[in-house]
Design a protein around this ligand. Structure first.
Ligand SMILES: Nc1ncnc2c1ncn2[C@@H]1O[C@H](COP(=O)(O)OP(=O)(O)OP(=O)(O)O)[C@@H](O)[C@H]1O
Length: 708
């Protein structure tokens, strides 16, 4: 502390002094441990750690022995597996301080991402994945009496201290102790702030007073917290994270309630507790979109899960189908018409297909070509398609029938190259604009397979026997409502007899019709007995955003509404007579915001890629503006201009919806869910911009907050 923190209470001063002294002690002890272990072993943190533990055990009090022995066992086990591990990072060695008063008196424990102890110095840094202590931290409040099983014995006592601490570049910058929130400013002075303003509270309060002003001040400076959300898991989330690794788990909750957070932390804990049974090489995370895949990779790395494979649904389908059919490549159609895609992913097709096609009878009948031919025969059978559409009960329009018939005919047609085989001069097969003669013509579809067909083809092949796929130890499906029953069928095959998986989902976020429902999805995976957790708190979005999102859903909204944690800024509604005015307004607002809050992340989420292109034009010359396609988000401060089809699972400090018109967002269930997804990407403040005729989904008649 450089300046006397006059305004602080005695209690606050005592907390600061205690935490600063503790940090200094940990850093000094860590330094000594590094030194002791020798420089050549710096990368072998485990060896150093074991040495420290042995020395400690020699002089430790009896009450500390069980804990020390347990740690030594764990450390030895890791060494046996030739794992390398670091001592805690002195720059950010832990994220929480717990003082337990048990039979042997008070003991301080610090929670971090590695385990390290020097009992004689009173330093015990515990990995958050290490059950007994972590369970007390996540499940009890300060002042609570606890009772937990520590190894063989039952430990009882009181939680004397439970504090969250943020250490940035080796300096203590925040302490949260119940209602007391202390922050250190850039000059080193400590201040007491309201808990709601703490950035640790899922991104800050968002205190902008007016909807007409974009910006809450929270994106003005950058906070660096090496531990992120691990420190903040609530008791319910921790319980879900700790579900037995062999158990399937379904994590449900509204947008931003921490489903992804729970799924990834569960993965980290499973890998920590059962390294042999669940090696990272046999765990996989599958997500529907590339943006979320990128984000998940970023979130996995600090959890020590950098080797877990993260795949998009499309990428996973293609690689799995290539293995299942033992093919180096599969010629995919350039694009499946949306209605055809919807029919092929619909549960009604799953129900009808086996009755129409039946299982292949011989191994020869299971090649991709043969199975695809039989599938195409079904797609060319009008009465079969009519039955599927009928069974979909209004979720598939009857036009899907003709579209599927036509699309399949083109796919079954003879490739042009074959018809033109007599032309031997390759130059004559190139068009004037340099493209191949089939490109951009219906012939481009000849001989292709739709991506949506791949799980169906694997499903058909599997009716005859094994798919020959390498088994996985654990699979996480994020945004699981986006997986078709056929895709879930293939996941089941990957898991084999083991059922260890985590599904995170929210049916309100399905962006196209045709989700079968959770009981059917679990049934398809063979995990009807999955443990289910329902997360209740909306951590991402402030209350006005949660409220608008709910109203946009209309009658689809779940009866139990999520609980918003923060009041936050009101939603801003801005309407203009013409589109160009709306776009210019968005451009100006962005310029202004970025100049005031250069560290903020801003998502401009349009209804379609074309609309995103149009909005981007007004800011294209700005260095901070990015037109993000194919999920290539950088997660850096600045403005990402994108569309609703790319943002599932992501979040931005500020969200602007630039085109909330009646045409872009019509009144139907799918549109409601898509708008709901766009709205709930907001962590501080939302602006809804419209022109011409405003979407009725946000009009007062729809029950939404009244636009200005
Ligand atoms: N217990 C918590 N305390 C504070 N913040 C949390 C907590 N749990 C999750 N968060 C934060 O809330 C935000 C939303 O979390 P997450 O992405 O896991 O939610 P989700 O339910 O998967 O969202 P979506 O439905 O959009 O996919 C993230 O910024 C995450 O760090």
């Amino acid at each position: 502390m450089n300046r006397p923190p006059e305004a602080l209470s005695e209690a606050a001063l005592a907390v600061i002094a205690e935490e600063e002294a503790l940090l200094t002690r940990v850093q000094t002890t860590l330094e000594a441990a590094r030194h002791k272990a020798g420089r050549d072993q710096e990368n072998r943190g485990l060896v150093a750690q074991l040495q420290v533990l042995r020395d400690d055990a020699a002089s430790a009090a009896v009450a500390d022995l069980p804990h020390l022995f347990f740690q030594m066992d764990q450390t030895r086990a890791l060494l046996d597996r030739q794992e390398t591990s670091q001592l805690p990072d002195s720059q950010a060695p832990y994220f929480a301080h717990l003082r337990l008063h048990g039979e042997a008196g008070p003991r301080d424990y610090l929670l971090g991402r590695a385990t390290f102890a020097d009992v004689s110095a009173g330093v015990r840094v515990i990995d958050w994945r290490f059950a007994p202590i972590a369970r007390v931290f996540y499940s009890y409040e300060e002042g609570d009496a606890y009772e937990e099983q520590f190894g063989e014995r039952l430990a009882e006592g009181t939680v004397e201290v439970r504090r969250l601490v943020v250490i940035e570049r080796g300096v203590l910058t925040r302490i949260i102790s119940g209602a007391l929130v202390l922050e250190r400013d850039a000059h080193g002075a400590w201040h007491e702030v309201g808990r709601a303003q703490s950035a640790l509270q899922a991104g800050g309060a968002g205190s902008a007073a007016r909807p007409g002003m974009l910006g809450t001040g929270k994106g003005a400076r950058r906070m660096e917290d090496a531990f992120g959300v691990t420190a903040l898991l609530d008791a319910e989330q921790y319980e879900a994270v700790s579900v037995d690794p062999t158990q399937p788990l379904l994590v449900l909750g509204s947008a931003g309630s921490g489903k992804t957070t729970v799924a990834l932390h569960r993965l980290a804990k499973i890998a920590f507790d059962n390294l042999e049974q669940f090696p990272q090489s046999r765990m996989k995370l599958i997500v529907p979109e590339p943006g979320l895949a990128r984000l998940s990779r970023r979130l996995l790395a600090p959890l020590g899960l950098g080797r877990v494979s993260v795949e998009t649904l499309d990428g996973w389908l293609l690689s799995t189908a290539r293995s299942a059919f033992d093919l180096p490549g599969i010629k995919l159609s350039p694009e499946t018409p949306p209605l055809v895609s919807r029919l092929k992913r619909h549960p009604a097709l799953r129900r009808a297909l086996l009755g129409r096609i039946g299982a292949p009878k011989t191994p020869q009948g299971t090649t991709l070509e043969r199975v695809h031919r039989r599938l195409a025969d079904a797609y060319l059978d009008r009465s079969f398609l009519e039955a599927v559409v009928r069974d979909a009960r209004g979720e598939l329009p009857s036009t899907a029938i003709d579209e599927t018939l036509e699309h399949t005919r083109l796919q079954r047609s003879t490739p042009l190259a074959k018809e033109l085989k007599d032309i031997t001069d390759p130059e004559r097969l190139i068009t004037v604009d340099g493209k191949g003669i089939e490109d951009d013509t219906p012939y481009a579809l000849a001989g292709t397979v739709d991506l949506e067909d791949l799980p169906i083809l694997m499903f058909l092949k599997a009716q005859h026997g094994s798919l020959g796929l390498e088994r996985l130890a654990h699979v996480v499906l994020d945004e699981a409502e986006d997986f078709s029953l056929f895709e879930l069928f293939v996941v089941r095959r990957l898991l084999g007899k083991g059922k260890s998986c985590t599904l995170a989902g929210d049916e309100m976020q399905q962006t196209e019709a045709g989700f079968a429902g959770w009981p059917e999805a679990l049934d398809e995976l063979g995990i009807r007995d999955a443990a289910t957790c329902r997360l209740q708190v909306s951590y991402r979005c402030p209350a006005p955003v949660v409220e608008l999102a709910r109203r946009v859903l209309g009658t689809q909204a779940p009866s139990e509404s999520a609980q918003a944690l923060r009041a936050g800024a009101p939603v801003g509604f801005h309407h203009f007579p013409v589109e160009a005015q709306a776009q210019l307004f968005v451009g100006e607002a962005l310029r202004d915001l970025v100049s005031r809050e250069p560290h903020a992340s801003v998502g401009v989420i349009a209804s379609s890629p074309e609309s995103a292109d149009a909005v981007y034009r007004v800011v294209a010359d700005q260095s901070w503006a990015r037109r993000v396609k194919d999920g290539e988000f950088s997660f850096e401060p600045g403005v990402d201009v994108t569309d609703v089809g790319s943002v599932k699972g992501l979040e931005f400090d500020y969200v602007i919806l630039p085109d909330v018109t009646a045409r872009a967002w019509p009144v139907d269930d799918e549109s409601r869910r898509r708008l709901h997804v766009a709205i709930t990407r907001t962590s501080h403040q939302l602006w809804v911009v419209s022109s011409g005729v405003r979407s009725h989904l946000i009009s007062p008649e729809a029950g939404a907050a009244a636009p200005r």
